[in-house]
Design a protein around this ligand. Structure first.
Ligand code: DP6
Length: 340
């Protein structure tokens, strides 16, 4: 049986970095994000007795197709393990052919796994006969988290979403804060480098606890998810800007002080940080920055300032290209398959 899912990437305002449980991928804290309209994945999963082994490939917007192999890192291994888990849940043993198409170039350092993992798990559930898991979005988010990408679990619901922390599998699910029409924010992603990440976030989550500031971060995070929820619900840009920027820098402090240290930010990232602070302070623009596990800047503003911000970022000497994103709907099942 075959199914195709479409899913957005997302940008976190309060980030997940470090886990309570590495086997169950339970995040150390609750994280909150907005789905991105301009960065998405379409994934077709086909379970059929004609396949002799599982095959997975990813196609970038540049048309480049990459075969996913278990030698390619932990996230790749997890994709194959997830097929085994879903087969088990569905009580089938047929192998699968999986193709995933991104609407942005492969390896551009844009968080592809949130879009990719959410579309992959959703399509695999439906293709295996477990549409009931897809229909129950809380359960779908748990399955995506368990597949190995907690940030992807936030992509299943529409608009603004949080992923709850918890000590048990049942507690670690995503819930909606507000729909995609709630607030006209724009995240302009400034892609700085086409390089692949030096250290994967999977490794980073394990290293987080080695930072002497990890305990301080955990204390700092107490109640922040509630404040972000309040800022989103009340469309309080100033509060969201302060909370998000502080959280992003706080997370990068953990990265840079873990053992070994991880430096994701580059000269270009620092340049954009300074620019954004100047636009806000000197020109009174509603704008803030946030960085995930990479050098690319997410420059978030209200829609009023977005065209000017995109123009300025496009003209920045460190910027390769930009992608403007509005809040988007979550994962859906679509009728057009990537192969017949
Ligand atoms: C810095 O392991 O869930 O983006 O590497 O995108 O699969 P992927 O993500 P995951 O770690 C997310 C790390 C983060 C913060 C966040 O999105 O919460």
């Amino acid at each position: 049986m075959r199914a195709t899912a479409f899913s957005p990437a997302n940008i976190a305002f309060i980030k997940y970095w470090g886990r309570l449980n590495h086997k169950l991928f339970l995040p150390v804290s609750t994280s909150s994000s907005m789905n991105l309209s301009g960065c998405n994945a379409t994934t077709t999963v086909d379970f059929d007795p004609k396949y002799r082994k599982d095959e997975i490939s990813i196609i970038g917007a540049d048309g480049k197709e990459m075969q996913v192999t278990t030698e390619g890192g932990e996230k790749n291994v997890l994709l194959f393990k997830t097929l085994d888990r879903i087969r088990h849940l569905a009580g089938i043993n047929t192998k699968a052919l999986v193709k995933s198409k991104l609407n942005f170039p492969l390896g551009a350092g844009i968080a592809s796994s949130a879009a990719g993992f959410s579309a992959f798990v959703a399509a695999a559930c439906v293709a295996s006969g477990r549409s009931d898991i897809f229909e129950d979005k809380l359960e779908l988010s748990r399955e995506i988290r368990l597949a190995g990408s907690p940030s992807a679990a936030r992509s299943v619901l529409d608009g603004f979403v949080e992923l709850l922390t918890g000590r048990k599998h049942s507690n670690g699910y995503a819930r909606q804060i507000a729909g995609e029409k709630h607030w006209d924010l724009v995240d302009t992603v400034a892609v700085l480098t086409p390089e692949q990440k030096k250290v994967s976030s999977s490794e980073g989550h394990i290293l987080a606890a080695s930072s002497p500031f990890f305990i301080a971060r955990k204390k700092y995070l107490k109640g922040k998810d509630g404040l972000v929820r309040k800022a989103i619900l009340g469309k309080d840009f100033k509060a969201l800007a302060e909370l998000s920027e502080a959280d992003s820098i706080n997370m990068h402090a953990i990265m840079m002080t873990s053992k070994p240290a991880i430096y994701y930010l580059s000269s270009g990232s620092m340049d954009i940080i300074n620019e954004v602070i100047s636009w806000r302070n000197n020109e009174k623009m509603d704008v803030f920055f946030t960085f995930d596990a990479g050098p690319n800047a997410h420059v978030v503003s209200t829609s009023k300032y977005a065209p000017e911000i995109k123009k300025r970022l496009d003209g920045n000497k460190y910027v390769d290209f930009t992608i403007a994103n509005k809040p988007a709907k979550g994962t859906s099942i679509i009728s057009g398959h990537l192969f017949t």
